[in-house]
Ligand binder design. Structure first.
Ligand code: NAI
Ligand code: PYR
Length: 354
């Protein structure tokens, strides 16, 4: 009886995640774990401090190091965070040089320019790619076993660039990707249904940007597939239209969300800070949660030759991306077309640092 269950679980694991490889662990990664957990945030602007603050409140590391080229601003941000020392146990430091970031378990990159009202994320590429040349090599020099978590925009293209510059294995270079968009989608749908966001499961995938798309087949409300729900309510043709209209309408709000907030307050920071806190906790605690984050598309069976980074459902743990959920066989043909459009949007933007 038990072996039947074991066999079924093993078969399912193989089907969902491909050939299950043992967790990749190098002697260097094991050594890094013998140090107290240090996390580095590069860029102490609005996004950097929102990430730092969220991490502090989670009590997941012994030391948080902030890096910025503007020394007075860095000092001010660090002092302000330190003054809350009675309320968290993490030591907070301003780095004087990259040497101070050595042996970081995770390095989060939030440095760079942000969108002006109406500007797209992809338009930031040249300016932020140039900055990465001075950030990625020294970070990896002092933390050769780190996980690089890119947040600066355009996050998918910059994650690709960070991977190329770092020389790290691809499972150790990730981006926050559409984890934020997925939270926005779940929140907006839950609001419409008058229920708690935790009861809505859904993933936005692809580019963190205008070509993102919803994995429609995977939306569930309280465990009930949303599409099936519509099918039970009415005839097949009306159900399909109503389902698409609802998902499309909410997704349009998601795509517009950052533009709207930037128009209102100049930047977005609190929601991405929460997403980054959740990603870092998943890594540090080796939680192996399935999260929609930026990874190399080549990990997906059927997309092996696609040299592009974009958001896919990843199993995330202490060594980075442990597996990618093999989602293609579960996608409808229009969802596969959406994925292809997102790949093309990213591939048509030059990604080399100037
Ligand atoms: N992936 C996502 O979901 C999101 C990404 N972002 C992106 O995050 C980035 C940062 O946004 P904000 O914090 O609002 O901007 P900000 O202007 O408040 O902060 C950027 C910081 O980076 C610093 N910096 C610039 N060059 C640096 C270098 N070479 N080394 C170290 N620090 C450096 C600046 O001095 C500044 O303090 C932008 O690219 C923005 O588009 C913002 C929100 C969400
Ligand atoms: C700015 C940005 O990427 C966001 O808030 O989604």
């Amino acid at each position: 009886m038990t072996s039947g269950i074991d066999e079924a679980a093993a078969e399912l694991q193989g089907s969902l995640f491909g050939e299950v490889s043992p967790a990749i662990d190098t002697p260097g990664a094991a050594l890094a774990r013998s140090y107290p957990v240090r996390i580095t945030v590069v860029g102490a602007g609005d996004v950097g401090v929102a990430c730092a603050y969220n991490i502090l409140t989670r009590d997941i590391c012994s030391e948080l190091v902030l890096v910025d080229v503007l020394k007075d601003k860095l000092k001010g941000q660090v002092m302000d965070l330190q003054h809350g020392g009675a309320f968290y146990s993490t030591r907070i430091r301003a780095a004087e040089s990259y040497e101070d970031t050595a042996h970081s378990a995770v390095c989060i990159i939030t440095a760079g320019v942000r969108q002006r009202p109406g500007e797209s994320r992809l338009e930031l590429m040249d300016r932020n790619a140039a900055l990465f040349k001075g950030i990625i090599p020294p970070l990896v020099q002092y933390s050769p076993n780190t996980i690089l978590l890119v947040v600066s925009n355009p996050v998918d293209l910059l994650t690709h660039l960070a991977w190329q510059m770092s020389g790290l294995p691809r499972e150790r270079v990730i981006g926050s990707g559409t984890y934020l968009d997925s939270s926005r989608f779940r929140t907006l749908l839950a609001q419409r249904l008058g229920i708690d966001t935790a009861s809505v499961q859904a993933m936005v995938l692809g580019e963190h940007g205008d070509s993102s798309f919803v994995y429609r087949s995977g939306i569930t409300v309280g465990g009930v597939p949303l599409r099936t729900c519509f099918e039970r309510m009415t005839d097949a043709a009306s159900a399909s239209t109503a389902f698409y209209d609802l998902v499309k309408g909410v997704h349009q709000q998601v795509v517009a969300a950052a533009y709207e907030v930037i128009k209102l307050k100049g930047y977005t920071n609190w929601a991405i800070g929460s997403a980054v806190g959740s990603i870092v906790t998943t890594i540090v605690h080796d939680r192996r949660k399935v999260l929609p984050i930026t990874t190399h598309a080549g990990s997906l069976r059927g997309l092996e030759s696609a040299d592009v980074f974009l958001s896919l459902p990843c199993v995330l743990g202490r060594n980075g991306v442990v597996e990618v959920l093999q989602i293609l066989p579960f996608m409808e043909s229009d969802e596969k077309e959406d994925l292809q459009s997102s790949i093309e949007a990213l591939q048509s933007t030059p990604k080399k640092a100037s």
